[in-house]
Write a protein that binds this ligand. Sequence first.
Ligand SMILES: Cc1ncc(COP(=O)(O)O)c(C=O)c1O
Length: 403
Amino acid sequence: MPDHAPIDWSRRLSPAALRLSASDIREILKVTEQPSVISFAGGLPAPELFPVQALQEAAARVLQQDTAVQYSTTEGDPALRRWIGGHAGVTPDHVQIVSGSQQGLELVCRLLVAPGGAVVVENPTYLGWLQVCQFGGVRTVPVATDADGILPDALDEALSAGDISAVYLMPNFQNPTGRTTSLERREAILELAIRHGVPLIEDDPYGELRFRGEPLPSLHDLAIARLGDPDASPVIRLGTFSKILAPGLRVAWVLGPAPFIDRLTLAKQAADLHTSTLAQRLAVELLPIVPEQIAKVTAAYGERALALEDALDAAFGDRLVRTRPDGGMFTWLELDGPVDAAALLPAALEAGVAYVPGSAFHAVEGEGRSALRLSYSCATPAEIHEGIGRLAPVLRGALTAAA
Ligand SMILES: Cc1ncc(COP(=O)(O)O)c(C=O)c1O
């Protein structure tokens, strides 16, 4: 037996560590791993669409060179940076490769916002960004949204109150609502960012996955078109291979003005030296199949999204307010009346179906209770119909009880 007491971690951990909290919902949703549960909860891409064979062949080629497992430069693989920069109309100096856009978000947040500082978020917003902010001691200021995205007047008001270090947005097929910010709104948001001199963090993991309607220019594109110089742009844009190739590669990128990217490279060096050399080489090898991979994933998600729309129409008609996404992986339901989606989750799981309660995506405790997020990416159309068949009586019962 040691003759000294074990460390009391609650006294040794930093304030940042103590701010982190486990999510109750994540604990409850662990049961969704059981095959009997049809899960609309996870935000995972469909595994049967991963380009596994192409990855196997690429790995065999790439591993013929020992440099594939050597340290490499912090900025990222030159071929990858050229390809990404080329698609965004900028030079490789405007591109930093990161280990997943989640790492990009963490580093961008640290570079732009001091502990105690504040960022504007769409209400609701991405849970992973709320976690980054919680860890960094950053306040999130939720701004109201409608079907076309964040409300410009409300954004102007939040920015006029001062003290905002950045605005975090997902203009395409937003997580959790599936909504897309209209072109007019994008222009208004950019105008406000320029006027107030505040950076826009444009997080776009789903933009390529459009199954309906016409693609819209990114905030990054609009800023460069308007200002003529990538280094004058207020936009920092994140993209990723997670939803079009495979998330386990952890290869993503940040685009922004060169002076910002230079700082980001230094931050990245402190964080992990560089993104996995091997994963980046695999991504480079897979670049030629990216267009067909996007087409394959988009077609599958489009079919699943429509199956979900049909199943919800059949079960609820117009008794339920919901989004009709044009791409991505998520639909958002709003229940009419004082119904708590988190409280209903055990009954839904009992019925063999899972979702994420809307409160998880709100910065303010108590908001979003009557909403829920459904992800359709990982269920076949038949499973989607079966899953909504299980969920409908649970929701209908709660709506009737609340009426
Ligand atoms: C909005 C948003 N941003 C970032 C991420 C993280 O993606 P990555 O796998 O590139 O880290 C996700 C993942 O679900 C997401 O939904």
